[in-house]
Design a protein. Structure first.
Lengths: 176, 191
């Protein structure tokens, strides 16, 4: 979100500067030469004088403005995926990155004999592991679930995350 | 970038303003304020009438407000484009009667990262001093090998490298942000 916010913020600040300067220039021009300097605001004034609130363009414009505002507000208030997961430490403000947590748990699960592939999703309060077995006896999903869950749990415990997220492990047998 | 909070606050404010303006327009347009208002023209409202009657002093005040807004927005843009949150060189505290001691930020960073990189199990390390030069924060970003004992390595970084940095800055309470990530590229290639 920060990467999107930066260009948006730059655009907004440029727009504010432009509007501020335009107001100053137009007010000054009206006082000094009694004539618009950059924007023919008399036309805008005339348009507003003869346009009623029930006109379609006014309604559509208002609704579009509301929709844009709601989209922007929701985007700003939405809590994204955590960038860092804090560690219980008295010495520093230590944390594992989300990618780091996913990598280490994925490594632990992939080390289990019979696990072919795994993906790890890390959210603020929950870590989900989806592992796939090699698909041949005796490496079936049912037989490897406990081992995969234990490996993931053990690795998660060693990370000492605070608060510790819950862990969900799902193992499926690979289809041939 | 330390303008991130400002960016978010300003964008939230702008979104609320858009919603308020749009809602007012839509409600008026759909007759929420009565049929008379609904059928009126855009400038036929009390606010426009007030502006029309008091334009003599209202427009100069609006221009002054525009100036304030433009200056604040220019400052915001300058922070966005040109500022950095990095602290410069650090003046060490203590008795200054015989002169001041300045610690080069880059020298400290080099020493910390070299020390951390030398630990077995560390793939890479970066560090920077942020904030005010008189009370900086140290940020360390370290990538550890997947096969390493992550907990032991973290403790080693905290008890050795971080302690040395605090000692060098003569600040036992130096705030330290330690970000750890794990490198699993090698493991992925093997699997």
């Amino acid at each position: 979100m920060r990467l999107i916010n930066r260009p948006l913020a730059a655009l907004l600040s440029i727009a504010l500067i432009t509007v501020g300067v335009l107001i100053i220039v137009e007010v000054a021009a009206d006082r000094i030469v009694n004539h618009p300097a950059l924007i023919h605001w008399h036309r805008v004034y005339d348009w507003a004088e003869r346009t009623s609130w029930t006109q379609g363009s006014v309604r559509v414009g208002s609704i579009v403005i509301v929709i844009l505002g709601v989209i922007l507000l929701l985007a700003q208030l939405r809590r994204g995926k955590p960038q860092r997961l804090p560690i219980d430490s008295d010495v520093t403000d230590a944390a594992y990155t989300r990618r780091g947590v996913a990598a280490t748990i994925r490594g632990a699960v992939n080390d289990v004999d019979g696990i072919n592939h795994s993906t790890v999703t890390v959210k603020r309060r929950k870590i989900t592991v989806r592992a796939t077995t090699a698909g041949r006896q005796p490496y079936t999903a049912q037989s490897l679930h406990e081992a995969a869950a234990q490996a993931a749990r053990h690795r998660l415990d060693t990370l000492a995350l605070s608060p510790a997220p819950t862990l969900a492990v799902r193992v499926t047998t690979r289809r041939r | 970038m330390h303008a991130d909070r400002t960016n978010r606050a300003m964008l939230v404010l702008f979104a609320v303003l858009l919603i308020a303006v749009g809602l007012m327009g839509a409600m008026t347009s759909f007759g929420a304020f009565g049929g008379l208002v609904e059928r009126a023209h855009l400038f036929a409202n009390p606010v426009s009438v007030y502006v029309g009657h008091h334009g003599g002093w209202l427009w100069p005040v609006t221009a002054a407000a525009g100036l304030v807004m433009a200056v604040l927005a220019l400052r915001w843009l300058a922070v966005l484009l040109f500022s950095t949150d990095r602290a410069g060189d650090i003046r060490l505290p203590g008795d200054h009667s015989a002169g001041r001691t300045t610690l080069l930020g880059a020298a400290l960073i080099d020493a910390i990262t070299e020390e951390i990189r030398a630990y077995p199990g560390v793939h890479s390390a970066k560090a920077r001093l942020i904030g005010d030069a008189t009370s900086p924060d140290l940020v360390i970003e370290t990538t550890l090998e997947l096969s390493a004992d992550l907990s032991a390595l973290r403790q080693r970084i905290e008890t050795n490298a971080v302690a040395h940095a605090r000692q060098a800055l003569d600040n036992p309470n130096l705030p330290v942000i330690l970000d750890l990530t794990v490198n699993d590229r090698h493991a992925r290639r093997l699997s």
